[in-house]
Design a protein around this ligand. Structure first.
Ligand code: BGC
Length: 963
């Protein structure tokens, strides 16, 4: 370990409450095991043991003493409470058992597939095998276990193996920028990136983000996020991902991952899977003893929720983070079907699975189910020092509850991912001895700070913040400019009556009331102005004060600066042509009169949400409603009813209902600017003044009323059981798929957005390449994963090294004594001894390689009908053949249309034509057949639609037969 021997140290006796028990006990005690009754006999007997009162010597005359009235009274009270307690316990047990539906239990999938089976990772695994082959048991455990919350500079830090030159890995949030890091870019959030629909920008943002991470010494970036997907429009973390469709989410995530890993930083696909709401996402955070169970059927899991993760794996992602919630009543981080079966076998994932922060709920069970790294290393709670792995994993291997081969695979997956991203290069990643490692501290902004602030007995200090510049460097160029471009392209113009926008910087073309040509402009709404208490005033941005640039939580960052819209508007509008009035208070009386006096009004409103460990006012992560916050809708009404030329700008985390004012004649234009990050002001003025032709498109549907999203689209705000049960009964039908199925008119559909001028598509050509099979080609033979020695080493090899310093709460891999290792029978989950057949749908990264072969090529011509150059997003939707039946003749229900590809095309104005070409893969043309357990391309006539949104599809080609 990196720690130097101390002057003195003390052993923390309470470190492991189960020190005398073997690790297999530990698991079943601390949590449910996949496929086990969480209250099985084993666990109950432990609880009974633990509650045994200490035996005290009997005293004489005790009966006489009991008859003393005060004692008698106490006994009666005690009896009353005992009876009450028993009744409540029985009632609670009844509620517990009766309230867990039999629906959707997760099937077992064992043993955990080993990494090293695909050729693209072959070299990395060979190197990993050579290195891990030299490691001792404790060194391997050290790599799989975080050192504990706040024990290193990053939000996650693994133990190093210094002897062999393997470093402590620094894991840092997140999807939007570098959390807790000085002077890094505050990028536009995922939802804004999704709204750009620009594959190159997704890649470039990932690459620049990765570059900054590398410069700060971050090995693993905790992003991108592709779950939640946005099943619930009010879900608190939807904004961290890219939009409510698996293809948009999948392509955006894959491009981001390619960008991040292009510069040698490991990306993380998170949160796998079904973490669709914040309420009850994890045990105890919401006062329920268990996390919510997202009950998802097999087909929906494949076609909707796992789809983006498959794309992430196909892009070569180095790590996947399993989520807090349960899936089909088994915690996602110990769900063998999800991790072993789907992720590692079917999707061929070669990297490592890390837990979300304290999402691990068991020791042995999670290892067997496919978890490879526990984060941040603590046990069931942050900074409790009671890791479920560390020492416990060492014990579990020594007593053979966890097979040595599993630990070898866990370690190799981490080390192989490190080699795969070339982090073994000393010139790129200098070792700590040569000045490498994190160049920042998550825990202080000072230059010098504590090296292990999470430990009560650490007083080790050093230089922790080196303030390395990363945003605008000669090596990687101007990140601020890139951030501005993404924020601009993520703005969706949904209304522009009579082409009111763009306006000119000189005011030309605008009429002025005063008759002297000076245009009076009012800027209304606090969202146009910075937070008066400082742009980074609230912890993890958990408040909606001032311009909304991002949601809150671990996905938020410190803004290095902010371009506030009101200030940028002022700077751009020529002083002698415009007369500007500021109105930063949403509620101030007199707004009507102020609006009446203006020629043009800009109204800024917002809607915020975030991660569930923090709340703002009554928004506890998930939004409570889908309307603008802070009286925004009312403000728009008051302004637009008095000001004939009102432009509304909405900063938002997701779908926000506009019905309270959208049809007011005064509302001339509406710009949905999403979450722009540091460049909020620049981005909006670029569009308002026509520096950029708006090209964002909605990455979700905006309904006319909340109910239009469907009966299962509401966040569960109150638990419906001790293990809250959320049944995803709508199946494939979320967002536009639900609107299309039920023929509901949205206000603005998925994919919608306006530009300054229109576009035309023509000359559609569809070329099916033909195929003889409904199913993909047989799975190719996998490479044989490298095999390391599986001999269990001697127990002595895991003992604490002599004289080594031990910090309180810091997580170590060592054991205290040889007698800690107890052999017993570990209650392996049902199905553990029955190896599963590998999936036909597997075989390559992301799935069977044949699934990704091109099956159809689609071409067309695009014409820019406007006068202004600009980008146009062309979207390709697929309609499956009618009346599909499966092998038993049972009907297979299909959505009306599904997005399958898109492209953002640069077009010159004035009727210039551009050719476009897009491919569809076999997987795009298939559905997941639950009975055959693979992707099936159906017979019949497909219809290809090409257009500008999910409902504006001017070109379509019926009768496409692929088989
Ligand atoms: C979040 C993760 C994040 C982690 C580390 C968790 O609360 O769910 O997305 O990466 O914290 O900050």
């Amino acid at each position: 370990m990196a720690l130097t021997p101390p002057e003195s140290y003390e052993l923390e006796q309470s470190h492991d409450p189960l020190m005398t028990r073997d690790s297999s006990d530990h698991d079943s005690l601390t949590s449910d095991i996949d496929d086990f009754d969480p209250l099985d006999d084993h666990e109950k007997s432990y609880r009974d043991d633990a509650s045994q009162p200490l035996q005290r010597p009997r005293r004489k005359g005790r009966w006489r003493k009991w008859l003393i009235p005060s004692r008698f009274c106490c006994i009666l009270i005690a009896l009353f409470f005992t009876t009450l307690f028993l009744l409540l316990s029985v009632g609670g047990f009844w509620v517990y058992t009766a309230s867990v539906p039999s629906y959707g239990e997760s099937p077992p999938w064992y043993p955990s597939p080993q990494g090293g089976t695909v050729s693209t990772w072959k070299d990395a695994y060979e190197k990993a095998a050579a290195l891990v082959g030299q490691m001792t048991l404790v060194e391997k455990v050290n790599i799989t276990t975080g050192t504990g919350w706040s024990m290193g500079m990053c939000v996650g830090n693994t133990g190093p193996v210094e002897r062999l030159g393997f470093p402590s890995l620094c894991l840092q949030d997140g999807p939007l920028g570098l959390r807790f890091v000085d002077n890094a870019t505050a990028w536009p959030a995922g939802i804004t990136v999704g709204a750009t629909w620009s594959k190159p920008l997704m890649f470039l943002r990932g690459k620049a983000h990765g570059f900054e991470a590398k410069k700060k010494g971050i090995n693993v970036l905790l992003g991108p996020s592709m779950g939640p997907i946005g099943r619930l429009p009010a879900g608190g973390r939807n904004w961290e991902g890219f939009g409510s469709d698996p293809v948009l989410q999948g392509i955006s995530a894959a491009q981001t991952i390619k960008g991040i890993q292009n510069v040698g930083v490991m990306a993380t696909a998170k949160h796998f899977v079904g973490n669709e709401q914040e309420h009850f996402r994890q045990a105890w955070e919401w006062n329920t003893p268990n996390a919510i169970s997202s009950n998802i059927d097999d087909r929906t899991l494949h076609e909707l929720y796992a789809w983006p993760f498959a794309e992430a794996v196909r892009a070569g992602v180095a790590s996947v983070m399993c989520s807090y919630n349960q899936v089909n009543n088994s915690y996602a981080c110990q769900n063998s079907k999800l991790l072993n079966g789907i992720l590692k076998d079917e999707l061929g994932f070669q990297g490592f699975v890390m837990s979300d922060w304290v999402a691990q709920r068991s020791g042995v069970a999670s290892a067997l189910a496919g978890l490879d790294m526990t984060m941040p290393g603590d046990g069931l709670h942050h900074q409790d020092g009671n890791s479920l792995w560390g020492t416990e994993l060492t014990k579990a291997v020594l007593n053979s509850s966890v097979p040595m081969q599993r630990l070898n695979d866990m370690t190799m997956r981490v080390v192989a991912a490190w080699y795969q991203t070339q982090q073994d290069s000393h010139s790129q990643w200098p070792p700590v001895s040569a000045g490498g490692g994190p160049t920042f501290s998550s825990w202080t902004n000072e230059k010098v700070g504590n090296l292990h602030p999470g430990s009560p007995d650490s007083s080790d200090t050093g230089i922790v913040n080196k303030f390395v510049p990363v945003r605008n460097t000669p090596e990687d160029g101007d990140h601020d400019a890139l951030a501005r471009r993404i924020a601009t392209e993520g703005i969706v113009m949904v209304k522009n009556t009579d082409g009111f926008l763009p306006v000119s910087k000189t005011g030309s073309g605008l009429t002025s009331k005063d008759g002297y040509g000076i245009v009076k402009v009012g800027i209304f709404g606090e969202d146009a102005y910075p937070n008066p208490d400082g742009i980074n005033n609230c912890v993890d941005r958990a408040c909606n004060v001032g311009t909304l640039t991002m949601g809150w939580g671990s996905g938020a960052v410190e803004l290095p600066y902010l371009s506030p819209p009101a200030f940028t508007l002022r700077r751009i509008m020529e002083e002698d042509k415009y007369n500007i009035t500021d109105w930063a208070d949403n509620h101030k009386p007199g707004i009507e009169q102020a609006a009446k006096e203006q020629d043009v009004c800009f109204v800024f409103i917002s809607s915020d949400a975030g991660e569930g460990y923090l709340g703002w006012e009554d928004v506890k992560g998930d939004r409570n409603e889908l309307y603008a916050q802070k009286g925004g809708d009312e403000m728009v009404r008051r302004v637009a009813s008095n000001c004939e030329k009102t432009v509304v700008v909405l900063h938002t985390v997701g779908p926000t209902i506009l019905e309270r004012w959208i049809d007011l004649p005064g509302v001339k234009a509406v710009l949905i600017a999403h979450l722009p990050g540091q460049e909020a002001g620049q981005a909006i003025v670029d569009v308002i003044f026509g520096e950029a032709n708006p090209s964002g498109r909605l990455p979700y549907t905006i309904a006319k009323k909340p109910e239009d999203y469907g009966p299962t689209s509401e966040v569960m705000y109150l638990p419906n059981a001790v293990v809250p049960q959320q049944n995803f009964t709508e199946g494939l039908y979320i967002d536009y798929r639900y609107f299309d199925k039920h023929d509901i008119d949205p206000r603005y559909e998925f994919g919608y957005g306006l530009s300054y001028g229109g576009f035309k598509l023509n000359s559609l050509m569809v070329h099916p390449l033909g195929s003889a099979n409904h199913e993909a080609l047989p799975r190719p033979d996998a490479l044989k994963p490298p095999q390391l020695d599986t001999t269990i080493p001697s127990v002595d090899s895991a003992l604490w090294p002599q004289g080594m310093r031990k910090l309180k709460k810091y997580i170590y891999p060592y054991i205290d004594s040889v007698s800690d290792i107890k052999h017993g029978k570990y209650p392996y989950p049902n199905g553990y001894d029955t190896p599963q057949a590998v999936s036909k749908a597997g075989g390559g990264e992301g799935g069977n390689h044949d699934l990704f072969n091109t099956a159809v090529n689609v071409r067309a011509e695009l014409t820019n009908l406007g006068t202004m150059d600009g980008f146009c997003v062309v979207q390709l939707y697929l309609e499956f053949p009618p009346n599909i039946v499966d092998a038993d003749g049972e009907p297979v229900d299909m959505p009306v249309r599904v997005l399958r590809n898109f492209d953002k095309i640069w077009t010159e104005g004035s009727h210039k034509r551009t050719r476009i070409s897009m491919d569809l893969t076999r997987k795009d043309l298939s559905y997941w057949d639950v009975k055959r357990q693979t992707w099936i391309m159906p017979d019949g006539e497909f219809r290809v639609h090409l257009g500008f949104s999910s409902r504006d599809l001017p070109l379509s080609m019926p009768g496409m037969i692929v088989i």
